[in-house]
Design a binder for this molecule. Structure first.
Ligand code: NAP
Length: 283
């Protein structure tokens, strides 16, 4: 039976480390790090995510502000909001909540964020920094996964890692981080052939697909570490991951549950990225 990786407990540890870092930042600079979240439109799920981010920021002493814009906001107005935040010295981190409503182009809006304030790590400058091993802001969910892997004590150097999913938000940055730790990485996706056999070679398997129960026991090498990023709803509306927890936990060495695995880490690393951005801006 696999060790269950307790994402809630690890995230609590990260948040308390951030709270301590925030206290030191306030002592040195006389103000709290600032995180601005831009929320356009009235998507219910986005509203809940943004409220959670606001609450989490307040709990560690970060000055979180939400800029609510209507669903009819023009791209020019949204870009003007981002530019104002870029110019505001009290704002260290900017996050534009996705998806954007209507025809607003997320890549245009995300590219307008000052890379030094890009706490989601989606700006091309930060993406380039990640792949070339330079300092920069790294997407929160993959950072959270790396911390969970570190908690298992798994040795990544020389290990075979398979990342299922090649999105810019999770799969690709995850692959870059594993590679930087000297894992031998395979990025798999919807066109990959013989997926179960490929995944069975992995010492570390990251599932970031968005298909509930896709990863069954036949995908998993005995003793492998399995990190389930998926956040899906089953037929009954219950939150579930990409991994069939019941069958996989019987053979994996360690596994994250859903909920209570990767989810809490994402918010914890948003706070960490905000503190890092604040410290980096202050030199
Ligand atoms: P995405 O942009 O939809 O990407 C999904 C990836 O999975 C794509 O690369 C796709 O391949 C691949 N894929 C789809 N069906 C597949 C299949 N049957 N076999 C193999 N690969 C397949 O999703 P995402 O934004 O990366 O998110 C992935 C999941 O993680 C979602 O459930 C999302 O809700 C969750 N998530 C959770 C957190 C968290 O905090 N826990 C954060 C972000 C995302 P192609 O590229 O070929 O289409």
């Amino acid at each position: 039976m696999a060790t269950i990786i307790d994402g809630k407990a690890v995230a609590a540890k990260v948040r308390s480390e951030v709270a301590e870092g925030v206290r030191q930042f306030v002592q040195r600079h006389g103000r709290a790090p600032g995180l601005s979240v831009v929320l356009a439109g009235d998507d219910q799920a986005s509203a809940v995510y943004v409220r959670n981010k606001e609450k989490a920021a307040a709990e560690v002493g970060i000055n979180g502000r939400v800029h609510r814009l209507s669903a009819q906001v023009s791209e020019a107005e949204l870009l003007a909001t981002v530019r104002n935040l870029n110019a505001d010295d009290a704002v260290d981190g900017i996050l534009v909540q996705l998806p954007l409503p209507g025809d607003l182009r997320s890549e245009v809006v995300l590219d307008a964020i000052d890379p030094r304030k890009d706490v989601d790590g989606f700006h091309p400058e930060n993406v380039g920094a990640l792949w070339t091993g330079k300092p920069g802001l790294v997407p929160c969910t993959p950072r959270g996964c790396m911390r969970l892997l570190a908690e298992t004590g798994a040795s990544l150097a020389g290990a075979r890692a398979v990342v299922l999913g090649r999105s810019n938000i999770v799969g690709k940055p995850m692959a870059a981080l594993l590679l930087a730790q000297h894992a031998t990485v395979t990025l798999a996706h919807s066109r990959t052939r013989e997926l179960p056999a490929l995944c069975r070679e992995a010492d570390v398997l990251i599932a970031a697909v968005g298909r509930s129960q896709l990863v069954t026991a036949e995908f998993v090498k005995p003793g492998a570490v399995v990190i389930d990023v998926g956040m899906n709803r089953d037929d009954a509306g219950k939150l579930c991951g990409d991994v069939d927890f019941a069958s996989v936990s019987a053979i994996a060495g360690a596994i994250t549950p859903v909920p209570g695995g990767v989810g809490p880490m994402t918010i914890a690393f948003l706070l960490e990225n905000t503190l890092s951005a604040a410290n980096a801006r202050k030199g």
